[in-house]
Design a protein around this ligand. Structure first.
Ligand SMILES: [Zn+2]
Length: 309
């Protein structure tokens, strides 16, 4: 992939980069359905890219385990049972892959490892790189390529660890309906989502309680998308969180096949920088992002996260 120039340029414009911690495991590429956009190459090509570039130093870690107790803060016992032994596809987008239980648990484990590092290492802003994504999964329902809601599991774990105010920031182009459903009215949690509307899954038109939604119409100019991201981040900062958990979806990109949005590679770099500038404990995990350029978008975001010490 001819990407070396991107990180090189970004580095030249911003000086030295701090090292980044990425949690991943290529085992998450070991399932697929022909033609499905949520495909193994999303991770494999990102791993190839991040491991071949030399400009951003990366420390690689494996995911820890997630317990049933941790999952049950976000999901019902019935949902866990269904995940362990699916009998039919959850919906047309969300197949009953035979080993999906272990894959979605691994992604949850990656989120918890990212949380642990964010809380233990000053200035670390780890990224958890797994599939499947999670932010559409509701307490009792798998949907939209998602089975367990990894960001909600991690946010609720952070509360359990003693963080008083945990903010979830979701910049995936689709509304994180599952995260909203699970975190709605949960004390000490707030959810800030910037997404295209109307769009899948059809929720998130208005804010309610501790869940704030910032919508962007299909085809809106890039500047408007950026202004909504900035509005959400200003509101998030005003809420004065102790920790930020980021649902990092890269499908608001102008070339993404699943949206009609206008963000460019540089916008993901800006998002990383902007989040890092809060200087709060912070971790991110991968949600969506279906274009061939996903590795470049993730690389630009990580570089942004690394540019603030
Ligand atoms: Zn999405």
């Amino acid at each position: 992939m001819e990407d070396a120039s991107l990180l090189c340029e970004l580095q030249q414009s911003h000086g030295d980069l701090n090292s980044m911690i990425v949690i991943s495991d290529h085992v998450c590429a070991e399932y697929r359905q022909k033609g499905h956009p949520e495909r193994p190459e999303r991770i494999l090509s990102t791993l190839d890219y991040l491991k071949s570039q030399k400009k951003l130093p990366i420390r690689w870690l494996s995911p820890g385990k997630v317990s049933n107790e941790q999952l049950l803060r976000a999901h019902s016992p019935g949902h866990l049972a269904q995940g362990a032994a699916p009998v039919a596809d959850f919906d047309a987008d969300t197949p009953a892959y035979p080993a999906i239980d272990s894959h979605t648990r691994r992604a949850a484990g990656g989120a918890l490892t990212a949380l642990a590092i964010a809380t233990q290492e000053d200035g670390a802003r780890p990224f958890s790189l797994f599939r499947p994504p999670g932010h559409h999964a509701e307490r009792d329902r798998a949907m939209g390529f998602c089975y367990f809601n990894h960001i909600a599991v991690a946010a609720l774990e952070a509360r359990q660890m003693g963080f008083g105010r945990v903010a979830v920031f979701d910049f995936d182009v689709h509304h994180g309906n599952g995260t909203e459903e699970i975190l709605f009215e949960v004390p000490g949690c707030a959810f800030f989502s910037v997404h295209q509307f109307p769009c899948y899954p059809g929720t998130g038109r208005e804010s309610r309680g501790n869940c704030l939604n910032y919508t962007v119409p299909p085809g809106a100019p890039r500047e408007f998308y950026r202004s909504q991201l900035q509005r959400a981040l200003l509101d998030l900062e005003s809420w004065k969180p102790d920790l930020i958990a980021v649902s990092a979806g890269f499908d608001a990109y102008s070339k993404d096949p699943l949206s009609d949005a206008a963000l460019e590679i540089e916008d993901y770099n800006w998002l990383g920088e902007r989040l890092a500038s809060t200087r709060l404990p912070l971790f991110s995990l991968l949600e969506g992002g279906y274009s061939e350029d996903l590795p470049l978008l993730i690389g630009a975001y990580l570089k942004g996260l690394s540019s603030v010490s």
